[in-house]
Design a protein around this ligand. Structure first.
Ligand SMILES: NC(=O)c1ccc[n+]([C@@H]2O[C@H](COP(=O)([O-])OP(=O)(O)OC[C@H]3O[C@@H](n4cnc5c(N)ncnc54)[C@H](OP(=O)(O)O)[C@@H]3O)[C@@H](O)[C@H]2O)c1
Length: 245
């Protein structure tokens, strides 16, 4: 599947400087989308350069002022917003008893605030259009925490993403706005650059990491499926089923 049927549509991708966000941004641009890509210092990106179809906005997505800047950029440059991908996120594994108030605030601000504030700004525009789609990136660890992996705070914060999608899907169904999420298994991105990939592969029932292109495929499927709403798609080689994970 490709995004070629979506010419002239406008997307916002958060966390677009790296990994899945970068891959999704590049796929949407290739498919003819106009894109606002954001991350803390995305203007330094070696992979993305501003163009007629690409606007880069720097800022911490957990802050309301960044959310306002991002939505304003889309409306100013492209007049509308068809798709918001709430992808920005951080992963901080640590034994539960060792998390500090600063860790808690940072994780909540990025993984929960990073969805909340920009979605508010974008929905204001989508309501005027009477159309739009918001896709969040969760994690399959929410369904199947892993024995031996101390990940309570990532799980607590990311468990909000499918919940956001279901709640908002119902709140805005009459406005023609859809909300879905994707729960990846372990994806081969810079987030795992310093991890032992052979060990990570063994955690997957499929015996390999998820490719960024497989997350892109799920995004394009959701975007092309008007009757899929409030859904969470797991792209994890079956990890959520509990075979090996
Ligand atoms: N990789 C995996 O195995 C995996 C599995 C399940 C879910 N996920 C989730 O998938 C999403 C993408 O992960 P990835 O593996 O592609 O990670 P990544 O390569 O580390 O990229 C994370 C992106 O988020 C941005 N970001 C982080 N904190 C931010 C903040 N406060 N404000 C704005 N942008 C911020 C980063 O940009 P800057 O640092 O430049 O700001 C970067 O663009 C994350 O939400 C992650 O939790 C990943």
């Amino acid at each position: 599947m490709n995004a070629n049927t979506n010419k002239n549509q406008v997307a916002i991708v958060t966390g677009a400087s790296s990994g899945m966000g970068l891959g999704m941004t590049q796929a949407l641009l290739e498919g003819g989308y106009r894109v606002v890509a954001t991350a803390r210092t995305i203007s330094d990106s070696k992979d993305l350069k501003p163009s007629a179809n690409l606007v880069l906005v720097d800022g911490d997505i957990g802050k309301k002022e960044t959310a306002i800047k991002v939505a304003d950029a889309a409306i100013k440059h492209f007049d509308r917003i068809d798709l918001l991908v709430n992808n920005a996120g951080i992963y901080m594994p640590k034994p539960f008893m060792e998390y500090t108030p600063e860790d808690f605030e940072k994780m909540i601000q990025t993984n929960v605030g990073g969805y909340f504030f920009v979605t508010q700004q974008v929905v204001a525009q989508m309501r005027k259009q009477k159309s739009g789609h918001v896709v969040g990136i969760a994690t399959v660890l929410v369904d199947q925490p892993l024995a031996g992996a101390p990940i309570s705070l990532p799980v607590i914060t990311k468990s909000t993403v499918p919940a956001f999608s279901r709640a908002l899907a119902m709140e805005f169904v009459a406005d023609g706005i859809r909300f879905n999420s994707i729960s990846p298994g372990i994806v081969d991105t810079p987030m795992h650059a310093n991890d032992d990939h052979e060990f990570l592969k063994k955690l997957s029932p499929a015996g390999r990491l998820v490719k960024i292109s497989e997350i892109v495929d799920a995004l394009l499927y959701l975007q092309a499926s008007p009757m899929v709403n409030g859904e969470n798609i797991r792209v994890d080689g079956g990890a959520h089923a509990g075979a090996k994970w």
